[in-house]
Design a protein around this ligand. Structure first.
Ligand code: ADP
Ligand code: MG
Length: 697
């Protein structure tokens, strides 16, 4: 493997050696995590534009994105609603207007009558014929032959103040000067075994695909060159996790050796016995906590399997010995619920439970900070607010992270650093209800040991799932009414699908109005993400205590909410949700002893894929089986919910789509960890960056 001096030099090369990079541009590049010229090679395009052919003006049609050129016949500034620069160009076959809302004087003078321009943009119908709004353009000399692009034009993810042409120029310089020196750290035989191209040609292809490139494959992220890079990116993340794990094994932690009196008291007061899996998980945790190095354990368990009680029991290990526990929830709603459960369980034992959320007043927050700093607060429940700088724990011995996939690995690690002023690192317990298949778990959670709770608490009735076209909504309203009259409660979930104008969504608000009107004798409430947290809390409280019987919600209730009396779950737009998300939502019911039902409302016609998804849910309640089907059903081109798969912040790889590469990733990682430490750090640096938390852990 090549670790020559020239290679080390290119790694160290300064961005300023590129033409056009001064301090300001360097600063903007830093926002994109680009610190060296070579980093530009790994800034991969989001999409491509075809600028390889010129369309005569007479042949342009609305919606077309193309290159055009022509002579300027007229330039004028008009004042309609806003000051607008209009430039009419002609080429003998037709005409087109260029429309600018923002323009400088220099631009205006440059675009003078008689000049010749080449533009790229989207053609649309304007008030006076076809036009382009803010096209990219260049004034050129008509008599020179200006060649068109020979490759597709990459469009990069960028940041404010850094325009595409500038970024493209920098990437091109980096390719010309530094690509030849890029080191391929992955042994060739590992790559060719998967039929993948080598690193340099993959990079080159991604930045400069030929005009006949398979855009569909590139768009779906399944082109061989993308897979080559995805493999390397997954490898880098996997390696970083394994390094973290390795380093943690050398760090001291507070050894908690089992003063179990408090815990026994807690367990004895519960109205139920722990299940066998819960007990086994707690045993795993006890063994870890007794160690002198930080525990790093993941508890995987389907929704409703009872992870919270296990976390509380584990917390008591730390509290019994005078240490603190931080419990981190992904949403305010879930945090509040944990706060309530923990307060209910632990306050009778004389333990102070504190709550820290972004919504606290300054004064309240200061008080909580003091209680955390002096150790008065033993168990601290919070949201992202727990990450705040300036929050110092008295003696943090255990960090519990609920619903791991909502947090990035590095966020989780940053909370561990809260114990850094002490010599010891806190133990970590991560809980997730997203049961991902084993090979994926081994890649994505490589820094963690795993315990699995498969068993649900006894007496749970399987949830019966049906799918109905939305025109039967009125029937379902009556069914909800009957359930509520029988003393039960119902969720009515209206997921709002973002980023999509053409897909209309059933807004929670209008559904709420419709149901409230249809069922005047019931209390129908509403929870959605844009509500104030106090209002959300009030609504949740009313639903939990039974003052409200029907809760209309967006997917904010997807995670963790626990109301055993709720037995009916109605999900709108079910055809548009992924399997895991549907399963998570469904898991809000079936938590008590009464049989529960889940109704999936959909708008016909169902696609073949949606039919299969719904079929899976009808046939199984087992989260692990659902996860496996999810993986199999998600074909290329399926829209992947980043929230569901957001285990890692990946640029090019997608853990679900590229799951088949996971075994190779693990194999190569082991090989490199054993014998190529230089490769390990170079790969981590290349894909995750020097600024990542990893560097400091
Ligand atoms: P999740 O794993 O989804 O976070 P929770 O911890 O919210 O699940 O537990 C779901 C419900 O099951 C809660 O009401 C909890 O009190 C209850 N529960 C937990 N363990 C048991 C058990 N062993 N027997 C009966 N009920 C249990
Ligand atoms: Mg939970």
């Amino acid at each position: 493997m090549n670790t020559s001096a020239s290679n080390r030099k290119d790694d160290a090369a300064d961005l300023k050696c590129l033409r056009g990079v001064g301090p300001a541009v360097a600063e903007r590049l830093a926002k994109l995590n680009i610190e060296r010229p070579i980093d530009l090679l790994f800034l991969l395009p989001q999409r491509y534009e075809d600028r390889t052919c010129l369309t005569p003006l007479g042949a342009t049609i609305p919606g077309m994105r193309t290159v055009v050129e022509g002579d300027i016949a007229l330039t004028e500034v008009v004042f309609r609603r806003r000051r607008t620069l209009l430039v009419r160009i002609i080429d003998g076959t037709g005409q087109l207007t260029l429309r600018f809302f923002y323009f400088s004087r220099a631009q205006q003078t440059g675009l003078k009558q008689g000049a010749h321009v080449r533009c790229y943009g989207e053609v649309r119908k304007g008030p006076g014929g076809l036009e382009m709004i803010h096209p990219e353009y260049r004034v050129v000399d008509k008599n020179d032959k200006h060649s068109l692009e020979e490759t597709l034009t990459p469009i990069y993810p960028t940041t404010e103040g850094l325009q595409q042409p500038r970024l493209r120029n920098l990437v091109n310089q980096a390719i010309d000067r530094f690509l030849p020196q890029v080191t391929d750290w992955i042994p060739q035989h590992c790559i060719s075994a998967h039929g993948l191209p080598d690193l340099k040609s993959s990079i080159l292809y991604m930045h400069r695909p030929p005009p006949d490139a398979d855009l569909a494959a590139l768009g779906a992220g399944i082109h061989a060159c993308q897979r080559r890079l995805a493999l390397e990116e997954m490898l880098a993340h996997h390696l970083s996790l394994r390094k973290i794990r390795e380093q943690n094994r050398t760090r001291p932690a507070i050894s908690l050796t089992g003063k179990h009196a408090l815990r026994d008291q807690f367990l004895a007061a519960l109205p139920f016995e722990l299940t066998g899996d819960q007990r086994a998980t707690l045993d795993d945790i006890d063994a870890d906590l007794a160690g002198t190095h930080p525990m790093m354990r993941l508890v995987q368990g389907d929704v409703g399997c009872g992870k919270t009680v296990v976390a509380a029991a584990a917390a008591l290990n730390a509290v019994a010995e005078g240490h603190q526990v931080a419990i981190m929830a992904p949403t305010e709603l879930l945090g509040e619920q944990h706060r309530d459960s923990f307060a209910k369980w632990l306050t009778p034992l004389g333990i102070t439970v504190a709550w820290l959320s972004g919504g606290l007043t300054r004064k309240a927050r200061e008080q909580v900070y003091i209680a955390i700093g002096n150790g008065d607060a033993a168990v601290i429940i919070g949201t992202h607010a727990l990450f705040q700088e300036g929050l110092d724990f008295h003696s943090l011995a255990l960090v519990v992270v609920d619903e791991q996939h909502r947090f990035g690995v590095h966020q989780r690690l940053s909370l561990m650093e809260k114990g850094r002023h002490a010599a010891a690192l806190p133990h970590q317990l991560v809980m997730t209800a997203t049961p991902i298949p084993r090979t994926l778990a081994m890649t994505a959670y490589a820094d963690l040991d795993t315990s699995v709770i498969r068993e649900l608490p006894p007496g749970r009735q399987p949830i019966k799932t049906v799918a109905l076209p939305e025109k039967r909504r009125a029937e379902i309203v009556m069914r909800a009414r009957d359930a509520c009259h029988a003393g039960q409660r119902a969720y009515w979930v209206c997921p709002l699908i973002e980023d999509s104008d053409n897909i209309e969504s059933q807004a929670a608000e209008s559904t709420h109005a419709m149901i409230a009107e249809a069922l005047p004798d019931l209390s129908v409430g509403l929870v959605h993400g844009r509500m104030k947290s106090a209002d959300k809390e009030r609504a949740m409280h009313a639903f939990t205590t039974g003052k409200m019987q029907i809760l209309v919600a967006t997917s904010v209730i997807e995670v963790g909410v626990d109301v055993p009396e709720a037995t009916l779950m109605i999900i709108e737009n079910a055809e548009r949700l992924g399997l895991s998300q549907l399963h998570q939502l469904r898991g809000r019911v079936g938590r008590g002893a009464t049989a529960s039902n889940c109704v999936l409302l959909y708008r016909p016609p169902l696609s073949a894929m949606a039919k299969r998804r719904i079929g899976v849910l009808r046939n199984t309640n087992d989260g692990f089986k659902v996860a496996q089907h999810d993986l199999e059903l998600r074909g290329p081109g399926e829209v992947l919910g980043t929230r569901q798969t957001g285990l890692m912040q990946l640029r090019i790889a997608d853990l679900i789509r590229d799951a088949d590469l996971a075994p190779a990733v693990q194999k190569i990682a082991t090989q490199l960890m054993d014998s190529e430490p230089t490769a390990v750090s170079a790969l981590i640096r290349r894909w995750i960056g020097a600024g990542s938390r990893f560097g400091r852990v």
